[in-house]
Design a protein around this ligand. Structure first.
Ligand SMILES: [Fe+2]
Length: 301
């Protein structure tokens, strides 16, 4: 089973279409979304429709919550964008009740958490606070207690049973792709996707034959930035990064493919260039969306 994991689209249609085209080229069995379809970006309606059409399910992110219910701890630009997005949804439902209400029905059904493939607890933020809590890279040194508590809760939810396999977690929200690990001796660790095996910052050469390359992969694949094989007893939280608003100073759209077809699961991280200027121009043309929301796409932050 190959599952594409997308997250944090934020109304960025160009990035979403680019990612979906890459997913289609590689071939997966299913696509899932870890939330924040909405907020910040200029094409929320089209993004909701594509996620509803293409994804098996989507989670409730804090920006989806803000648009549907209320903004919580938002800065001015994020709050204004949420209200503008809400107006777009309402006006569309007035103009075309069939498609508009179908869209709202989909959004009203998205859940804060999903347990996936038995082992993976999926939330937008964290298992403690599914919608709003960030798991930052800096937490591994600055807030070890927080990370330990988060991993303990994953253990509680997916105890090691007869399979002797650890439960894991998939999250979005920080817009930074990578993997958190925990072990009782060394504590917490975070590895950015590009520092994983085969990643652009890794000393290891990318050798796809090690795992039996799947169709579409190649040793020169410029979009595969890192990959990781989960050991059966590995406690891990994986973040696919953000499709529509990366914040790790790499402006390319980010997503991941989780492969659970073998006893040892694999995750591949991809980065894709897309037409950022087109999205930024749309943002600049909408007075309710702060120009900074366009600028930050170019800067990847
Ligand atoms: Fe987000």
């Amino acid at each position: 089973m190959r599952t594409a994991i997308i997250s944090d689209i934020h109304g960025n249609l160009e990035a979403l279409k680019t990612v979906l085209a890459d997913i289609d080229r590689r071939g997966v069995d299913e696509i899932v979304c870890l939330g924040d379809i909405l907020g910040y970006g200029p094409d929320p309606l089209q993004c909701v429709d594509l996620v509803a059409e293409r994804c098996a399910w989507s989670l409730l992110g804090n920006h989806d919550y803000a648009v549907l219910y209320e903004p919580t701890n938002f800065n001015k630009a994020a709050k204004e964008a949420a209200y503008w997005t809400r107006t777009q949804l309402d006006e569309a439902a007035e103009q075309d009740p069939d498609s508009g209400n179908r869209r709202l029905d989909f959004l009203n059904r998205i859940r804060p958490r999903v347990r996936y493939r038995d082992l993976y607890i999926c939330v937008h933020g964290s298992v403690r606070k599914p919608i709003n809590e960030y798991l930052f890279e800096t937490d591994v040194t600055n807030d070890r207690v927080k990370i330990q508590d988060v991993f303990r809760r994953i253990d509680d939810e997916v105890p090691i049973g007869d399979t002797k396999v650890c439960g894991r977690c998939l999250v979005g929200h920080t817009h930074v792709p990578g993997i958190f690990n925990w072990n009782d001796e060394d504590g917490a660790d975070f590895t950015h996707a590009s520092s994983l095996f085969g990643g652009s910052n890794s000393d290891d050469p990318l050798d796809l034959d090690d795992r039996g390359a799947s169709e579409g992969d190649s040793e020169k694949d410029p979009f595969l930035v890192g990959r990781h094989r989960f050991a059966p007893d590995e406690k891990a939280i994986a973040n696919p990064g953000s499709v529509g608003q990366p914040r790790d100073f790499d402006e390319r759209a980010s997503y991941a493919i989780l492969d659970t077809s073998q006893p040892e699961h694999w995750i591949d991280f991809f980065r894709l260039p897309y037409d950022i200027d087109k999205v930024a121009e749309k943002i600049y043309a909408i007075s309710e969306l702060d120009d900074w929301l366009g600028d930050r796409l170019t800067e990847g932050r």
